[in-house]
Design a protein around this ligand. Structure first.
Ligand SMILES: [Zn+2]
Length: 479
């Protein structure tokens, strides 16, 4: 369904006009027909976000964030400016209860990044360093490569095939609507450099975790456990990975030179930005919607996660403008430092541990611009009447019921692990890994109609979750 909002607009229009047409003669009928239900209020919120042009609220927010701030690498002044921007923008939207919660992280910044084939046919390659990786010597590392078509082939290979070499793994990321291809290939980036270090390799290159064929690479973080010496590591653009595959297939030894100069910066400051719309009956009970404010440094973080920031801010603005707030408090958390490893999410849990049992439901928008195609939960009783009413209200937007295995989103993981029930408004991620963590993650990739439907869905869900009675504990173990 290309424009589910058109359907929504018609539903909304029918509800708005029908009572006027039939009710004029009898005041009693007018009263019955116009009594607001939570569902009709929710649909009203969504209808106000139904502008599928660049004048839409959510589109305007992601445009301004990516234009006025640009890239927002965790722990940098740019991330701090983004936090200031978000504080000011919340207030401009009429959401006055807003504060920041700072925390300390280890800073990292990108430097020079160059790779070239030195033999048998010298030529440059397009690469980018992975976050958290160390520099090579200034003159670079020059070594023979050993290429593996899959991560498993690398892990299964005897260590002496790897020692002293540059490991290259060229496994492809599969394109799937739910992003499952990224999950399946994630170890390639997260664990590959550490595994290569353990086996005595001198550097590690992977085919970018991306689903396109363009000549730009995808960055992202990697993890070095305490007992592993950090290893220089970078991602190749997809065509460059294929170039190496073709050369290796010709049978001659292939040598590369890799030069990287990223820097670890020691302790730097990051922050979560938190805003609230206070509940009218149960202000201590929280419906949490989140997104993350930091981004990688190559693009302007429009898809990851400027879109999510805009979606939850737009949904919150609609709820803020209601004449009567919902029963429970709606809390919007714009997490800092998600990309280097959910550091803002962990700081949030540490700061709010005592109140986590008052977090009724939590979710995040961190999978691009949508549209939302499915609604999933991870609660004690997925057939709870309030959840059924939410599902029914999302249906006109083209959103179908999903599973009871929701994870809530990356930044929701740490609180879910401590028992907070979660849901997912599942975003269509078919093209998410075409731009994720690349220089191409810019405003030009945002389509107003898509982000408009998504912000409408978040408004419906958030309002109903905050308004309808329901307790969703205990949850199943996180999956
Ligand atoms: Zn993200």
């Amino acid at each position: 369904m290309r424009h589910p909002l058109l359907l929504l607009a018609l539903v909304s229009l029918a509800q708005a006009t029908a009572p006027l047409a039939v009710a004029a003669p009898k005041a009693r009928v007018v009263k019955a027909a116009t009594a607001a239900t939570p569902e009709s209020i929710a649909i009203g919120l969504a209808a106000r976000l139904a502008d599928t042009s660049e004048n839409g609220l959510a589109y305007g927010l992601v445009r301004d964030l990516t234009t006025e701030i640009g890239p927002r690498l965790a722990g940098t002044d740019a991330e701090k400016r983004a936090a200031d921007w978000a504080m000011a923008r919340f207030k401009a939207l009429g959401i006055d209860t807003v504060w920041t919660e700072p925390f300390t992280i280890k800073g990292w910044q990108r430097g020079i990044e160059r790779a070239e084939i030195t033999a048998p046919s010298p030529q440059p390659l397009v690469i980018t360093a992975l976050g958290n990786t160390p520099a090579t010597p200034p003159e670079g590392i020059e070594a023979p490569i050993v290429l593996f078509p899959t991560y498993k082939a690398f892990i299964d290979a005897p260590a002496d095939t790897v020692r002293g070499r540059i490991v290259v793994v060229t496994e492809q990321t599969v394109r799937l609507q739910d992003g499952g291809g990224y999950g399946a290939a994630g170890a390639l980036r997260r664990n590959g450099p550490a595994e290569a270090s353990r086996r005595g390799a001198v550097a590690y290159l992977l085919r970018s975790l991306g689903t396109h064929e363009h000549r730009f690479p995808h960055t992202g973080s990697t993890v070095f456990p305490e007992d592993v010496t950090p290893l220089p590591a970078a991602a190749l653009s997809p065509p460059d990975a294929e170039q190496l595959e073709r050369l290796v297939a010709k049978g001659e030894p292939v040598r590369l030179r890799l030069t990287l100069s990223p820097q670890s910066l020691g302790p730097v400051s990051s922050q979560n930005v938190i805003a609230e719309i206070r509940g009218r009956e149960k202000p201590d009970e929280i419906i949490l919607i989140g997104a993350h404010l930091d981004s990688w440094d190559l693009g302007t973080g429009a898809i990851d996660d400027g879109a999510g920031v805009a979606i939850v801010m737009a949904a919150a603005k609609m709820i803020r403008d209601l004449p009567t707030p919902p029963r429970r408090t709606v809390r919007i958390v714009l997490f800092g430092a998600e990309e280097p490893g959910l550091l803002g999410a962990r700081a949030y849990v540490a700061a709010h541990k005592a109140a986590l049992d008052k977090h009724v439901l939590a979710t995040e928008a961190d999978f691009g611009q949508g549209p939302v195609y499915r609604f999933s939960t991870n609660v004690a009783d997925p057939a709870h009447p309030a959840l059924e009413r939410i599902r029914a209200s999302l249906r006109p937007l083209g959103i179908i019921p999903g599973t009871n295995r929701a994870h809530g989103g990356p930044d929701i993981g740490p609180m879910q692990a401590l028992g907070v029930p979660v849901v997912n408004l599942e975003l269509d991620g078919t093209d998410y890994f075409d731009t994720h963590h690349t220089p191409d993650d810019v405003l030009n990739r945002i389509e107003p109609a898509r982000i408009s439907q998504t912000s409408a869905a978040y408004a419906i869900y958030t309002y109903l979750a905050a308004e309808l009675e329901g307790d969703y504990r205990p949850t199943a173990a996180p999956q």
